[in-house]
Design a protein around this ligand. Sequence first.
Ligand code: FE2
Ligand code: FE2
Length: 294
Amino acid sequence: MITGPAMFTFAQISDFHISAPDGAADRMYQTARHLEVAVGHLNGLAHRPDIVLCTGDLVDGGGAEQYGILAEILRALEMPFYLIPGNHDDRDAMRDAFPGHDCLARDVCPDGFMQYTIEDWAPRLIALDTLIPGETGGRLCRTRLDWLADRLGEQPDRPTIVFMHHPPFRTGMARMDEIGLEGSADLADVIGRHDHVEAVLAGHLHRYISHRFAGTIALTSPATAHQIALDIGMPDHLRLIMEPPGGLLHLWFGGEDGLVSHQFYTGDSYGDHVVFSDGEYHQRGTPPAPAIPL
Ligand SMILES: [Fe+2]
Ligand SMILES: [Fe+2]
């Protein structure tokens, strides 16, 4: 058995949908409060991630007030965080709200797309921008894909992780597939030429999904507040539900152990569940229950 700590740990949280305090998303799903809980969860982990990736739909309506609330909540994160836009975001308002984030600057990627690399860790991370302003679906156009191809070609021997908002695969959740990613076949063509891409990480689906994609693995993260119900093949149907919110914790071991991705839940108020502590089973809020023989 191989043991030892991960060389690099990073969290992925997604789809915060921050609205104004009287906005629909906050009234219905308490999106700001849920993001505060997620931030507290990450800060409190015994094995704290080195950085946090925020994979889009950061706010619900793209306004300056919403980004102000977002910036205030994320300021409490005790590790560096990186942002990419989702279909609910606005690039200019994002830049205004996070002036210290040089990677979001207009001149990092042609045509002002929010694409950049993170070079500080053993695996290289590459951010992609799938936003089409005013639309719910996403797109990777030739400009964005050519930029990616150039970046992947720069360091072909270095393990690389790509992150973006819209996942590049069909999920079976018909309503969400209708607002999926345009250009996913072209993305597969670019990534398929590079065997150093360890994973493609996405959001948008508000639940965990995995898929083999272009010779690598593609994953989506749960959302920090409301989830999208697992309704398969119902094109006129989209249910937002309060399944437990969470995110993904990615461990980079390197070598043969590569990348391992865990789903985690934030908060601890979801039901009267049984927990194991100090060698005994306890039911939350009740006297300890008898141990269950294994
Ligand atoms: Fe979303
Ligand atoms: Fe989205």
